[in-house]
Write a protein of this length. Structure first.
Lengths: 370, 644
């Protein structure tokens, strides 16, 4: 893909119409033209700006991974399975309330709650499910509001458009909780700060979630609506393999769907994603296979390390080492995603030299394709 | 009494052509006038309405032209003289009734005025209605001057009664809307009594007002035309000016007569070129034409739109004993006269000069060039657009956004009204079909039945409120009956706005200004069993959401009424804007915004200006009507509306 920054029309052609859009929301909300609607990014009118921030921040336009890595970690992109790491841990919340509503170990809610309490941030941008379980972006500014956002419905949500809507003169310090494509876009924004927009320096903490794929919010929501009484649903879950099911819990009941039925709604763009563990976050959080009620946590930056340390000290988190077999499995899964995505990209572009948006050193490419 | 009703016989008034026609109808003693507004015919009814009560006749804006003609015929059948007026497209709507009416004959004098629009300055086509007179065997007169417009109309009623046939007056924009002296005649003072006498004088067992027995009536119709032709042979509306033996004979009529006169004068050819001016256009006065054909071997037909005289006179010549050498005809077929559009003296000069091998320069080439440059030098570029504050701009903004958000390549089928401007930037290029009144809804019916061919583009038909009553109701009913998948959006601005805010059945006011029962379009649609939503187009968010919901549905039609009074009507009544609108220069980020001048570049209300000096948007206070809609589109919230 071309390395030049182009306009919104090219974004439409090269990314959105090409099936590469992840619905991260980085292009939306910053202008009156690009908006997200029912799982799509829509261009409402033509815009004559030839080099758009919409194109620039898109995680599926050309991305120089070394430059991003330099920005976040001060080192070139390693190409390791889990990206740049300080520590890989296993944690769970000690807070009963959080544990009750949490997807796994409640680590994300606990860390954000702590960051708020300690005055490290003023709010956190994350995804919230409405009563009918449609995902939307939400700015949580209290522990109660954070608790409302706990849990996942696995649907893509244009989280970053909320950032684009923050007024330029806002001094609110923020955490962002996001999935890998969104964090890649956010890293592009940090690398080339938006002009005449919010101060991206106010994003103080980036919490990444593990992600193998996300579901199309429109198609999947229609499916859920057809099969469930959505306001009654309390939690969705994809238990670790070999269960191969998608579960929806109500207060009294549980409905299971074969995972293959759900995979029909995976965003097509997810096939081209190399990142399973949100490699450019301060901390990345996921589940632990086979150990219920715990999170896998990858600590990547000093800020991430400080926060975990504080949580541990204040007794907010129980922290343990991740069993070696779990770590090995995590690495294996992450590497597999990279390899698979690279093959998909080459199939799509039809040219081994054209990796669409991926700007990687040739040695890393060779290693992954080997 | 003022206006066209002034009772001052012998005095001279300055009338536009349409007023002259109205005056002619008054002098003929009409008891009823009906019309549907349409440029350039509207002012005929507009000038009759103010004098109707005082002069004891009835005038109405009818729901459409067919009904207007039927209304006039009803009066005629009961012995009351009646006039109906419409634009050329309107005659198409009335055509079915007209084609049958002409068979039966009439009661009292009945005149149909069709105002044609050469060059289609205010129309969707430039149909030449003279052809309809020939097609249906109707006598047709065409005035060349304002005096004639008055005199011919008056005489048309006598003629109509003498022939027992409806008579047509054909006028064109340059007669209808230009102004000239008219010397007035007497206004009749006698009382009229209406009585419907249905007995057919020929076959007493049959009703009089039916087109039956058709074949026999057809032969009678031809006899009527023969009689008309005889009368026309000596009509004072036809005359010749020029030498007894001419190098060139121009045959013309209507406004083209004036162009011809001017052209001959400019070329100083009064002694070489003769002009036969015809006012009785159909049937043509055969003997009169034959007589004048002898004046020259070269004949030039000067007429607008179709080669009507040209064809008809050639037919006539074919019936004459053969002459050697035969005439040479010049006109549209030879390429000397435009085969389309309006004429002007210059074009006629060019035709004559070409035939007579003359050189003529109306003005020096250098001057012409300068004159052509002037509009681009001293005038700011302007596009055809909606008025500031027009609800249609907001409606099409919501339509555009809804169709884009829906993402299935939906589109708008439209028809005739101010909103036709949505074919261009004023309505964000949303209207993709536009034909005649009600056609948007009709065409949508067909598109909405293509699901079996994989068609899933949303179809959104628009029509105005007056158009809804005029022609869209049958299309909506058809859609319900046949379960066609489309959304009908009625742009209800409570007026027939484009032609000058005439009332219509939904307004609760009659043409003569009396309060009446308003036809509730919402209740009407609901009674048909369709879902009806009513939106204020100025509420962009709700309008967009409502439209999105409507177009997302499947099955038969659903109706969204976009209800907001025409800003020109509101402004005239309220005399003050609802809001005072200004741009906060601290909030407007100009080029740095990233909005790429959404307000002035895309939304395009003429009340907004891009100030290139400050690099920011501003409001032009002399143009802004204070609707405040733009405040909702500015991404920075920099456009401030304060209640007045």
């Amino acid at each position: 893909m071309d390395m030049k920054v182009k306009d919104s029309k090219e974004l439409l052609t090269e990314v959105i119409d090409a099936g590469l859009c992840t619905l991260c929301g980085a292009c939306a909300g910053g202008c009156p033209y690009l908006v997200s609607y029912k799982g799509r990014i829509v261009l409402l009118d033509s815009c004559t700006i030839s080099q758009g921030q919409c194109y620039q921040y898109c995680p599926r336009t050309y991305t120089d991974m070394d430059a991003i890595s330099q920005q976040v970690f001060g080192t070139p992109y390693s190409g390791d399975e889990l990206g740049t790491t300080k520590e890989v841990l296993m944690t769970r919340s000690t807070d009963v309330c959080i544990k009750e509503s949490a997807q796994y170990g409640g680590t994300v809610t606990t860390l954000l709650s702590l960051a708020l309490e300690e005055g490290f941030i003023d709010g956190a941008i994350l995804t919230k499910m409405s009563d009918d379980k449609t995902p939307s972006v939400f700015l949580a500014q209290s522990r109660e509001e954070l608790l409302q956002c706990a849990g996942s419905n696995y649907m893509a949500c244009p989280v970053l458009q909320a950032l684009n809507r923050i007024p330029k003169d806002s001094e609110q310090r923020l955490a962002v909780v996001a999935i890998p494509c969104q964090i890649l876009a956010l890293s592009k924004m940090r690398q080339e700060p938006p002009q005449d927009r919010m101060n991206i320096g106010n994003v103080k903490l980036v919490v990444g979630l593990f992600c193998t794929w996300a579901l199309s919010p429109d198609g999947f929501h229609q499916f859920l609506k057809k099969n469930l009484d959505l306001p009654q649903v309390t939690k969705f879950d994809i238990p670790p393999p070999p269960a191969n099911i998608f579960e929806a819990y109500t207060l009294s009941d549980k409905t299971s769907f074969p995972l293959d039925e759900i995979r029909r709604f995976v965003m097509p763009a997810c096939a081209y994603c190399l990142d399973m563990t949100s490699e450019f976050a301060d901390i990345s959080v996921g589940s632990v296979e086979g150990i219920e009620g715990w999170n896998t946590v990858i600590v990547r930056t000093d800020i991430g390390a400080q926060l975990i340390e504080m949580a541990k000290e204040k007794g907010k988190l129980e922290v343990d080492t991740l069993p070696p077999e779990n770590l090995a499995h995590l690495k294996e899964a992450s590497l597999l995603k990279k390899k698979r995505a690279l093959h998909e990209i080459i199939t799509k572009s039809g040219d081994r030299k054209n990796l669409l948006y991926v700007g990687l050193q040739q040695s890393i490419i060779d290693r992954l394709l080997a | 009494m003022s206006g066209v009703g002034i009772d001052a016989p012998g005095s001279t008034q300055l009338f536009v052509g349409n007023e002259a026609i109205a005056r002619g109808a008054l002098e003929a003693g009409i008891g009823l006038a009906s019309a549907y507004p349409g440029t350039p015919s509207t002012e005929i009814m507009e000038s009759l309405i103010p004098v109707a009560k005082e002069m004891n006749f009835y005038a109405e804006w009818s729901v459409n032209e067919k009904v207007a003609l039927e209304v006039a015929a009803g009066a005629s059948f009961a012995g009351i003289r009646a006039i109906t007026s419409m634009k050329q497209n309107g005659v198409n709507v009335a055509f079915d009734f007209l084609a049958n009416l002409v068979m039966s004959g009439i009661g009292a004098g009945l005149v149909l005025v069709s105002c044609d629009d050469p060059s289609a300055l205010s129309s969707s086509n430039e149909q030449d209605l003279r052809n309809i007179a020939k097609w249906l065997d109707i006598p047709l007169l065409e005035p060349a001057t304002f005096q004639e417009a008055k005199d011919m109309t008056k005489w048309a009623f006598d003629l109509s009664e003498e022939l027992n046939s409806i008579c047509m007056i054909r006028s064109v924009t340059r007669i209808a809307h230009a102004r000239g002296n008219v010397t007035l005649g007497e206004l009749p003072k006698k009382e009229q009594k209406a009585h419907f006498d249905s007995i057919c004088p020929v076959v007493p067992t049959l009703p009089k007002f039916i087109p039956y027995p058709s074949a026999w009536l057809h032969s009678q119709l031809h006899a009527k035309l023969d009689k008309a032709r005889e009368l026309f042979e000596s009509s004072p509306f036809n005359w010749y000016t020029g030498p007894e033996e001419a190098e060139l004979l121009i045959i013309t009529g209507g406004s083209c007569w004036l162009y011809s006169l001017e052209a001959v004068k400019a070329l100083k050819l009064e002694n070489k070129v003769g002009i036969l001016k015809l006012g009785t256009i159909w049937p043509l006065p055969r003997k009169l034409i034959e007589l004048h054909l002898g004046k020259s071997q070269k004949i030039l037909m000067v007429e607008e739109i179709d080669p009507f005289l040209e064809g008809s006179i050639k037919e006539l010549v074919a019936d004459l004993p053969s002459t050697t050498p035969h005439h040479t005809f010049y006109g549209k077929h030879s390429g000397h006269i435009n085969a389309y559009g309006e004429l002007n003296p210059d074009l006629v000069i060019q035709a004559i000069a070409k035939i007579m091998d003359l050189t003529y320069e109306s003005r020096p080439a250098e001057y012409s060039k300068k004159a052509e440059e002037v509009p681009f030098t001293y005038m700011p570029p302007r596009i055809m657009t909606f008025c500031p504050g027009c609800p249609h701009r907001a409606t099409f903004w919501a339509i555009k956004n809804a169709l884009r958000l829906d993402g299935r390549d939906g589109f708008v089928t439209g028809d005739i009204g101010c909103y036709t401007l949505a074919i261009g930037p004023a309505g964000f290029f949303q209207m993709r079909t536009m034909y005649c009144m009600g056609a948007g809804a009709g065409v949508a019916n067909g598109l909405g039945k293509l699901g079996q061919f994989g068609f899933n583009q949303p179809v959104l038909a628009v029509c105005g409120d007056s158009t809804f009553f005029h022609a869209a109701i049958p299309a909506l009913i058809n859609g319900i009956y046949n379960q066609s998948n489309f959304t009908l959006v009625i742009l209800d601005n409570n007026a027939t706005a484009m032609t000058g805010f005439q009332p219509h059945p939904g307004t609760g006011v009659t043409g003569m200004g009396e309060t009446t029962r308003a036809v509730d379009m919402e209740a009407l649609c609901r009674s048909l069993g369709v879902q009806v939503e009513v939106c204020d187009p100025f509420d962009l968010e709700n309008s967009t959401a409502t439209l999105l919901e409507a177009i997302a549905q499947d099955g038969g039609p659903r109706v969204v009424i976009m209800r907001r009074e025409c800003e020109l009507v509101r402004g005239r009544r309220d005399k003050k804007p609802p809001y005072k609108v200004h741009v906060d220069p601290d909030k407007c980020m100009g080029e740095a915004c990233g909005c790429d001048r959404l307000c002035t570049r895309v939304f395009g209300c003429s009340g907004m200006v891009w100030d290139s000096e400050s690099g920011k948007a501003t409001i032009d206070e002399t143009i802004c009507t204070g609707c405040g809609v733009c405040a909702d589109i500015c991404p920075q919230g920099a456009i401030i509306r304060e209640a007045v």
